[in-house]
Ligand binder design. Structure first.
Ligand code: 6R9
Length: 648
């Protein structure tokens, strides 16, 4: 709990789009008359048919309905590409930096237009049109952005699956949204290692509904030898030779879906979060401009992967809608050395840099040397996203990376929110290390206690949002009831974020992390239920309970309590077997860090696992287990403590 306050520096304020007075004025306007505010800011994108209606939203029980700009028509690709051609056709839209430091290229807006049109024509020739779902399973190569924008151009809906997910996870997502077309690459390349993407797609397709996937389009990245199924699979470069680079953009309704992105929740399998066209683009572009204080000519770099929402909103859609130069990085922060991020900053004169606390913490481990040997003079704004940033990492980012010259924006948001909701603005907000500070325009955070009572002033509780903003998700794909249940049933008339937070005397928010059964591992969301169901599917496992525990680099690690079938003994070999099992089943990001074999789990008399106790033991903080009187068998707790795996 750092009480340090860092004032807005004159240099930040002088060049900034928004200063404190302007923030206050605009914020007040945005919440007192949202219709007028968003009617004005809705014009930041081009509309084929202008909207006359602005906000039409309801969080009322039984009637959750979110619509913005609903009678307007537009197209995201037109906004991200075509409208810039006249003024900035020759400006770089995307700087691509390969995994290998000797490989990079610049793609102008004019080139982007041609590439996206080609990709759209390749899709169109395979029957893809408005409303069709297309699954993307791609590495961080420009074709990932082309494919997203090509779908948008046709009014098709992309569903990106992060390249680190297993064939099984990919299969359930292809099935879930019913994609007839999959776009992938032969292999990915990260940190000098190859990722067998096409082979994974082949495995996945064996597990999806028969005959669902009609076409697999394969971008050649490494040139590796991959199996190609005649009639189904085609190399992208071959298909692209057959088409022109001219493709009309389909004007769609503001509420037409742009993409589906699967994300983990506290129960069941991942949900398909649906984002639509108009409101999403207005919100993504506006937050990108103001939060990063983006000015024409700036070079902006977000290190996320397009497989996550941050890549959608802040590598592709927000920046390109603003006519920005956005850098796309294929590699990892530690390859070929710990200096890589900063070398890339110098190579491309990056002004705005946006990454995750886990990356900062892992680089901190390597000391200041690898940072200091680079210049970083071009940097002006440093962003953080994905998990709470601890004050030590914040200070290192500020002092060492930014040399106290750059403002830090700790941006809190979620897949569901489409864009940043709580954040400093560089020219407006005094900073407190570890705090995401204040709400963005139109966002009304509300703190509630466990009973749903609204808390006033300084407090600690559960973070909810009172009213809709244009970037909000609209539904869970194919399951609106689950949408209502997950986000609007816990507290009436409020969107519940799943996060806990504290609010201080200045009205600043300090996000403390998830209060539900979601763990955040290196900024990646994982549902404990998903890991548990993977573990219990192993033939030797009878029961499993998974919790998060504090991890120095990852933020949270995955701690699994596993009960084996009668008569079986756990050992390190079985531990490894279970880790491999989960990696294969879900993907490497779900690998348990610690596994404790537990003859019994602490349960209430009604059979509910008492996760609170399991969390405490996993945290190595068993002195304060709280009330254990409702346990069916109190003795299991002693065994759990004795054999705990995290002796911090
Ligand atoms: C954008 C993104 C969302 C969850 C969210 C929260 C955590 C994200 C944060 C943060 C503290 C920040 N989170 N940003 N916690 N400070 N600046 O990460 O989306 O993958 O859906 O994760 O991440 O717990 O609820 P997503």
């Amino acid at each position: 709990m750092s009480e340090k306050v860092i004032d807005v520096q004159d240099a930040w304020r002088e060049r900034a789009l928004i200063d404190d007075a302007k923030y206050k004025d605009m914020y007040t306007a945005s919440v007192s008359d949202p219709d007028a505010f968003w009617a004005e800011h809705g014009k930041r994108i081009d509309w084929s048919t202008p909207f006359t209606k602005v906000k039409n939203t309801s969080f009322a029980p039984g009637n959750i309905s979110i619509k913005w700009f609903e009678d307007g028509k537009t197209n995201v690709a037109l906004n991200c590409i075509d409208r810039h051609l006249e003024t900035r056709g020759d400006q770089t839209a995307i700087i691509w930096e390969g995994d290998d430091p000797n490989e990079s290229k610049h793609i102008t807006y004019r080139q982007l237009h041609a590439e996206v049109c080609r990709m759209a024509n390749v899709l169109r020739n395979r029957g893809v049109g408005k409303g069709d779902r297309v699954t993307l399973y791609l590495p961080m190569i420009p074709e990932a952005a082309y494919a997203m924008l090509a779908c948008a151009r046709l009014g098709a809906i992309h569903a990106i699956v992060f390249g680190g997910f297993s064939p099984d996870s990919l299969a359930s997502r292809i099935n879930g949204c019913g994609s007839k077309v999959v776009i992938t690459a032969d292999e990915g390349l990260r940190g000098g290692r190859k990722v067998p993407l096409k082979a994974n797609v082949d495995e996945a397709i064996k597990r999806v509904e028969k005959d669902l996937v009609e076409h697999v389009i394969v971008v050649q990245r490494t040139g590796g030898n991959v199996a190609m199924e005649p009639g189904r699979d085609v190399y992208y470069h071959e298909a692209a030779e057959q088409v022109t680079d001219d493709c009309p953009a389909e004007a769609v309704d503001a509420e037409h879906p742009l993409f589906i992105l699967y994300t983990s929740g506290s129960t069941g399998q991942p949900k398909g979060v649906v984002h639509t066209t108009g409101g999403y683009l207005v919100y993504a572009s506006m937050t990108h401009q103001y939060v990063f204080d983006y000015h024409d000519g700036d070079v902006y770099w977000c290190t996320a992967d397009v497989g996550w929402v941050t890549g959608h909103s802040y590598i592709v859609y927000g920046p390109l809608a603003n006519g920005a130069t956005t850098l796309m990085f294929e590699g990892i922060p530690t390859y070929p050395s710990n200096s890589r991020f900063w070398e890339v900053v110098d190579k491309h004169n990056v002004n705005i840099f946006y990454t995750a606390p886990t990356a900062i913490r892992s680089l901190m481990g390597g000391g200041e040397g690898p940072v200091k040997k680079t210049s970083r003079k071009s940097l002006r704004v440093l962003g953080s996203v994905g998990e709470p940033i601890n004050p030590e990492a914040w200070e290192w980012y500020y002092n060492v990376v930014g040399e106290q010259r750059c403002s830090i924006v700790d941006t809190w948001w979620q897949t569901e929110t489409g864009g940043i909701l709580i954040t400093p603005l560089p020219g407006a907000t005094k900073l407190k290390p570890g705090s995401a500070t204040r709400p963005f325009f139109g966002v009304q955070p509300v703190m509630v206690d466990a009973e749903g009572k609204e808390l006033e002033g300084k407090c600690e509780g559960n973070l909810c949002i009172k009213d809709s903003w244009p970037g909000q998700m609209r539904t869970v794909y194919g399951d609106h009831e689950r949408f209502e249940q997950t986000y609007f049933s816990t507290y009436k008339n409020l969107y519940f974020t799943g996060d806990g937070a504290r609010r201080d005397d200045d009205g600043y928010y300090w996000i403390t992390g998830r209060v539900d059964d979601v763990i955040n591992v290196s900024g990646h969301r994982m549902g404990t239920a998903e890991v548990e169901s993977s573990l219990v599917a192993h033939p030797k496992v009878s029961e499993a309970a998974v919790v998060g525990y504090p991890h120095n680099v990852k933020g949270q690690g995955i701690y699994a309590y596993v009960t084996l079938n009668e008569g079986l003994e756990g050992d390190d070999t079985l531990r490894k077997e279970l880790v491999t099992w989960v990696r294969k089943d879900i993907g490497p990001i779900a690998s348990p860090d610690l596994i404790q074999f537990a003859p019994g789990l602490p349960k209430t008399r009604s059979g509910k696992i008492m996760r609170r106790i399991l969390r405490k033991i996993a945290e190595d903080d068993f002195g304060s287990l709280g009330d254990t009187s409702t346990l069916a068998e109190p003795a299991v707790v002693d065994d759990l403590i004795e054999n705990r795996q995290n002796r911090a």
